[in-house]
Structures are given as structure tokens and as C-alpha cells.
Design a protein around this ligand. Structure first.
Ligand code: PMP
Length: 452
């Protein structure tokens, strides 16, 4: 029996996998991974897969990165965990100091959780609670962008707009205001991405002007709507949005859970717009992809609105058991060490340029409607016809064909519908980029062929 098979059988008897129609596994069983190293994952039969999506965008410096691994091992012998209410520990203090130092000026307070969705819940609750504490009790609503994604817990899902994940749960979700976003794929002929940003800001402006007194915050994914098919937009939108939020007295929540830590070319995407949000949500790459951890950074005014005598009952009483876990903090500190010691962003610029060069010929492909890129994220939008950018019907699952082709050829891609994308670990080299792009190109060729 194939050495992978036994584990698959045991798996399917007891596991329920995330974001998966389990019946699909009748045809395409899950792949048991035995070990990881750098960009590679290896299964029990010795097959290797280049992790072109950084295992759901978490991995920054390769699997089993020795620097991060050593830091976690050292921490294991000192303190594995301690309650963070009433207690503290050095890794969480040092991490907070360093996060305050590297994030936009004015984000001075760190509140921890243990996954991205929970960080979004924290930011939403904190914003609402801030307005309650300062006496603006009519502020109870949130604004989000069309095609946005902020996680799967009920609050985070409510401020998202990807129907595939959200529609079923609609009766359970809070009522939010969804404003057309600045997605540059939606541009009119002759429009630039900056033009789209300006046009869409007019929509946002109208909503804020009309509803500001009931709005707590606007929540956005800066520059790239990752789960929403890697749609990208101009930084100008964020600059204008910051200005509009200030003018209307509304918070701005930047969800950099996916785009933070260098994915877009700068350490944080907000830097490209020169803005500081009121809440910055980070997770995924925070620990280099080793352990679950998330954090919400916020400002002095927000912190001060909760700071009072206990009897005033203004404290933020939100908590998660594993908040600020020391092992995860040690992984995060080691990740920041790598950013500090090595020219990561500079190296990424060269890698991004190489990805751009390798993907350029795909711009002429009859079934690729767009090749778009922001830093280390590249997306190829598969279309039925380039004229009018007609999509393939989702039921045809063309992306899945690319996925299967890539797996058979040693690359882990995980297309979002008809969008094939690369978001590799930063330790990828040029030859690996060549192999990754070539495999995707062949996969697209097979996926659009009538014979598949
Ligand atoms: N926000 C964004 C922008 C994300 O991309 C994700 C995860 N894909 C989340 C929130 C949720 O994070 P988690 O899966 O850790 O709950």
C-alpha cells in the first residue's frame, strides 16, 4: 500500500477538514505531510510540493526555519504558558515593545488573541466599546467593503462580503453597511486604479456623511482583498479613507492579517498610503507561520477611554485562554529578528521583480484576463473570454483542475475560484519561481482545454 494511504484512511475516519466539501476527498484524498523544509513539503511517499501559498499565507521564512525553531525550543524549557490576566512574561513584553516600534507611529497598545478572526472580533468590540465609553451610544454599526473577508467567526463574517462563506449564515449576522470597494479589476475602460479609488471613495463619502453618527468604524484589508480572489487596489483609497474617517469621527480598522509583514512590499501595507489606522489587526506571518497568535494594536486615546476606576465598568473584559502564549511570542520575536538582521524587503523586491518577469508572458494568454501583483502577491485571473472579461461558471471548477495539475507536478497552489495566485515564502529562489510559474501556466493550459 502507498505509504500515504493508511494515514488518509485513518484521517477520513475521524477528521473534518476546514473549508472543504468532505465528499471531494472520495476523488482527491488529503495529502499527509511528513516533513517540511524551506519552500518544500514532503509526503510519506517522498513526493515534494513547493508551498506556493505559504500554507494559507502564514509562512514567511520557510518550513522548519531553524532560527524560529530554535527560539521556540528554548522557550519550551523556560515557560510554555501562563495566564495573561494578572500575570505577564518577558516574551510578550518584548514583543509588544517591538510591535509598537515597527508599526505606524501612534499605535502604542497591544491586545493579544490567538487567531485572525479573534483579532477582528477584538477590534470590532473595542471600537464599539470605545464609543460607548465616551458617551456616543448611537454608534452601533460597522462599514465594510464589497468583496471583503475578515474571518469566519460570526462578527468577522458579518463584516465580510464573500457570499460563498457568508450567505448561509446571513440570519445569524449583525447588520452592516457594505460599500462598493476600490477593486481595480472593476475599472471602467480608460480608468486607472487611482481613478477607481477616487470614484469609490465618493460612495464611501456618501455613506459616512449620511450615517456617521451610528457608525463605529470602517474595516478594510489594506491594498489586497486576499480571500476575495486577490483583488488589489490603489493606496490612494486608504489615504482618502483615513481622511474621511477623521472628518466624520469614525474609526478605521486595518486588517493586515494577510498582508502584514512584508507581503505587499512594505512591512505593513498601510505604510504605502502613509496612514495610521485606529486599530491594526495582525496574525498569520506574525509568528513566521509556526504558532497561532494575533494582536490588535491601538492608540492612546482608545486605551485611555477604557482606563478608569473599576466601579465605572469601562474595562475591556474580552479574553481568550491562550492570549499572548509565550511559545508563540518567542516565534514572533524570532521572526522580527530575521526582519531586523536580514535585508528581507530588499530581497523580496528582487524576487517580486522576477515573479513579474516570469508571469509577463501570461498577459497575452487568451484565457488570462489579468496578471496583477502587489509585492510578493501575484494573481492570474482566468477568464472564459478576454473580451468583457467573462468568467468561467464557478460550477466548472476550473481552478480545481489547476490545483490537481500542480499537485501532480510538485507545486501546492490553491486557486480561489478562477484565480490562480502565488504568495510564496520569502525563502523561495529564482529557479523555484520559474518552476512554480511554469507549472501554473501548464495547469491553466489544461484547465481551459475542452478535453479536461
Ligand atoms: N482577515 C484576513 C484579511 C484574512 O485573510 C484572514 C484569514 N484568511 C482572517 C482575517 C482570519 O484569520 P484566521 O483564519 O486566523 O481566523
Amino acid at each position: 500500500m502507498n505509504p500515504n494511504d493508511t494515514l488518509v484512511q485513518r484521517d477520513l475516519a475521524v477528521l473534518w477538514h476546514p473549508c472543504t466539501q468532505m465528499k471531494d476527498h472520495e476523488r482527491l484524498p488529503p495529502i499527509p505531510i511528513r516533513r517540511g523544509e524551506g519552500v518544500w513539503l514532503e509526503d510519506f511517499a517522498g513526493n515534494r510540493y513547493l508551498d506556493a501559498i505559504s500554507s494559507w499565507w502564514v509562512n514567511l521564512f520557510g518550513h522548519c526555519n531553524p532560527t524560529i525553531g530554535a527560539a521556540v525550543k528554548a522557550q519550551l524549557d523556560t515557560l510554555e504558558h501562563v495566564i495573561l490576566a494578572g500575570f505577564t512574561h518577558e516574551p510578550v513584553v518584548r514583543l509588544s515593545e517591538r510591535l509598537v516600534a515597527v508599526t505606524p507611529e501612534g499605535l502604542n497598545h497591544c491586545f493579544y488573541a490567538d487567531n485572525g478572526s479573534s483579532a477582528v472580533e477584538v477590534a470590532l468590540k473595542m471600537s464599539f466599546h470605545y464609543w460607548q465609553n465616551v458617551g456616543q451610544r448611537r454608534k452601533t454599526r460597522f462599514v465594510c467593503l464589497s468583496n471583503s473577508y475578515h474571518g469566519e467567526t460570526l462578527g468577522a463574517l458579518a463584516v465580510g462580503d464573500v457570499a460563498l462563506y457568508k450567505a448561509t449564515y446571513a440570519p445569524l449576522l449583525m447588520d452592516v453597511i457594505t460599500v462598493p470597494g476600490p477593486d481595480c479589476w472593476q475599472r471602467e475602460p480608460g480608468e486607472s486604479c487611482a481613478d477607481v479609488a477616487r470614484r469609490r471613495m465618493a460612495d464611501m463619502e456618501r455613506v459616512l456623511a449620511e450615517h456617521a453618527e451610528e457608525i463605529c468604524a470602517v474595516i478594510v484589508e489594506p491594498l489586497v482583498q486576499c480571500a476575495g480572489n486577490m483583488r488589489m487596489y490603489d493606496p490612494l483609497y486608504l489615504t482618502l479613507l483615513r481622511e474621511a474617517c477623521d472628518r466624520h469621527g469614525v474609526h478605521l480598522i486595518a486588517d493586515e492579517i494577510a498582508v502584514g509583514f512584508g507581503r505587499t512590499g512594505t512591512l505593513f501595507a498601510c505604510e504605502q498610503a502613509g496612514i495610521r489606522p485606529d486599530f491594526l489587526c495582525l496574525s498569520k506571518g506574525l509568528t513566521g507561520g509556526f504558532l497561532p497568535l494575533s494582536v490588535v494594536l491601538t492608540t492612546d486615546p482608545v486605551y485611555q477611554a477604557f482606563y478608569d476606576d473599576y466601579e465605572k465598568l469601562t474595562a475591556f473584559l474580552h479574553s481568550h485562554s491562550y492570549t499572548g502564549n509565550p511559545l508563540a511570542c518567542a516565534a514572533a520575536l524570532a521572526t522580527l529578528d530575521i526582519f531586523e538582521r536580514e535585508p528581507v524587503l530588499e530581497r523580496n523586491r528582487a524576487l517580486a521583480a522576477h515573479m513579474a518577469e516570469r508571469c509577463a508572458p501570461l498577459r497575452d494568454h487568451p484565457h488570462v484576463g489579468e496578471v496583477r501583483q502587489t509585492g510578493m502577491i501575484v494573481a492570474l485571473e482566468m477568464v472564459k473570454t478576454r473580451d468583457g472579461r467573462a468568467p468561467y461558471p464557478w460550477q466548472e471548477r476550473r481552478g480545481l483542475r489547476v490545483y490537481r495539475h500542480a499537485l501532480a507536478n510538485g507545486v501546492l497552489l490553491r486557486p480561489l475560484g478562477n484565480v490562480i495566485y502565488f504568495m510564496p515564502p520569502y525563502v523561495i529562489d529564482e529557479a523555484q519561481i520559474d518552476m512554480m510559474v511554469k507549472t501554473a501556466e501548464q495547469g491553466i493550459g489544461r484547465a481551459v482545454g475542452e478535453d479536461v
